[in-house]
Write a protein that binds this ligand. Structure first.
Ligand SMILES: [Zn+2]
Length: 380
């Protein structure tokens, strides 16, 4: 299974592009579309798509790389999907949309954010004019904790400092306050972590058009956005939109997926998933939209794990902007960040593929998209 993984953006993209010929065996009209993002390097969002051959009843819509570095696992899962699932879909009634590298710069440079330091999953604001930059109070209060400035002179000392500040906050504001500083995103500190921007990123605009296109063309849309980092280690967590009216429990029972989490409405204000769901409710209420994230956990969910996550993210950001005095500190920071979003261990990679395969299987069979497993009555 390790052969599905690439370690450079260019290699990953090349393999994705080369998959077109395989896909065309099932969807002869499938095409590859590349959208340039930024102008410094050859970074593109790549989309392979096709309408259904006879009737656009369903679409399988899989997106990857919204958080740059997480795209390596996303791209590996796509390779697995192409090998194992294409022949199980019905091209007569099912279209396909596969997206590689929503944040290509981040993927190339092993960061989560874009070249403008923007977390794309905080960038889908409905109305920028009515979205105050200062809306995340918890973050603002602790801006010096989340955005330390200056070169990192000693990582061990720095970690102790961050850790004790985080603990102090925990006591003062509780776990919820610390968590919300993170999950809400922030719109005020351009060089800070969890920054959502002040307008749409190019990647966001491209993806919004694709979301719209899918909603226009297909009746029943099954969208899966692939991520890493959240949830129990080496397990799959299915994250659904805050606007989905099903409960976590219902969704878990229905699909047979153990870990299900629902976004918050306020916490998830800039999230792509929530944006997509609301868009569908407002403009395409007749569509059936199933949209969610598959996350593969790396660190775990305990309080200590979460503190380590924040430390790793804060350090990586400071290293990017200000550098580190010692080369070995820089390496340690990069390694912890990598462990968080793209672990190099064979065991993690293998279980990621196994979990994602189970997730595809559970979701797509319940949504009646896999041949031979249909439970929907047919009028044949
Ligand atoms: Zn992510």
């Amino acid at each position: 299974m390790l052969h599905y993984f690439s370690d450079t953006y260019e290699h990953s993209r090349m393999r994705f592009r080369e998959s077109l010929s395989n896909i065309k065996e099932f969807w002869p009209q499938a095409g590859l579309h590349s959208y340039p993002i930024g102008n410094k390097e050859d970074n593109t969002i790549d989309v392979i798509k096709s309408e259904a051959i006879k009737r656009n009843e369903n679409v399988v819509f899989i997106t990857t790389g919204e958080h740059g570095i997480e795209g390596y696992t996303g791209a590996a899962a796509l390779q697995m999907f192409f090998e194992e699932y294409l022949h199980k879909l019905d091209p007569e009634t099912t279209g396909i949309y596969f997206v590689h590298g929503i944040n290509p710069w981040g993927m190339r440079h092993w960061r989560r954010v874009t070249e403008n330091n923007i977390d794309l999953n905080r960038n889908y604001i409905q109305d920028w004019l009515n979205h105050p930059a200062t809306f995340n109070e918890d973050y603002k209060k602790n801006a010096d904790l989340y955005n330390p400035a200056g070169e990192i002179d000693d990582l061990t000392k720095q970690n102790t400092k961050i850790h004790s500040k985080l603990l102090k906050n925990l006591i003062k504001e509780g776990y919820k306050g610390v968590k919300s500083a993170k999950s809400k995103g922030q719109y005020q500190f351009e060089k800070g972590v969890y920054y959502g921007g002040a307008g749409y990123e190019d990647s966001t605009s491209v993806m919004m058009n694709i979301q719209d296109e899918v909603l226009r063309h297909f009746e029943h849309i099954v969208h899966i956005d692939l991520h890493t980092g959240l949830g129990p280690t080496q397990e799959l967590t299915y994250v659904i939109s805050a606007y989905d009216d099903r409960s976590e429990h219902e969704v878990s029972d229905y699909y047979g997926i153990k870990n299900v989490q629902k976004n918050g409405k306020e916490d998830g204000v800039g999230e792509s998933n929530n944006f997509f769901y609301r868009r569908a409710m407002e403009y395409y209420p007749e569509r059936s939209l199933i949209t969610g994230l598959f996350e593969i956990g790396t660190m775990g969910e305990g309080m200590d794990d979460q503190l380590n996550v924040m430390k790793a993210v804060i350090n990586e950001n400071q290293l990017y902007w200000y550098g580190a005095e010692k080369e070995k500190d820089a390496q340690r920071i990069f390694d912890s960040f990598r462990d968080l979003y793209y672990p190099k261990e064979k065991e993690w990679k293998e279980s990621a593929i196994i979990r994602l395969r189970e997730g595809f299987e559970n979701l797509l069979s319940k949504e009646n998209l896999l041949k031979g497993t249909s439970t929907r009555s047919s009028s044949l």
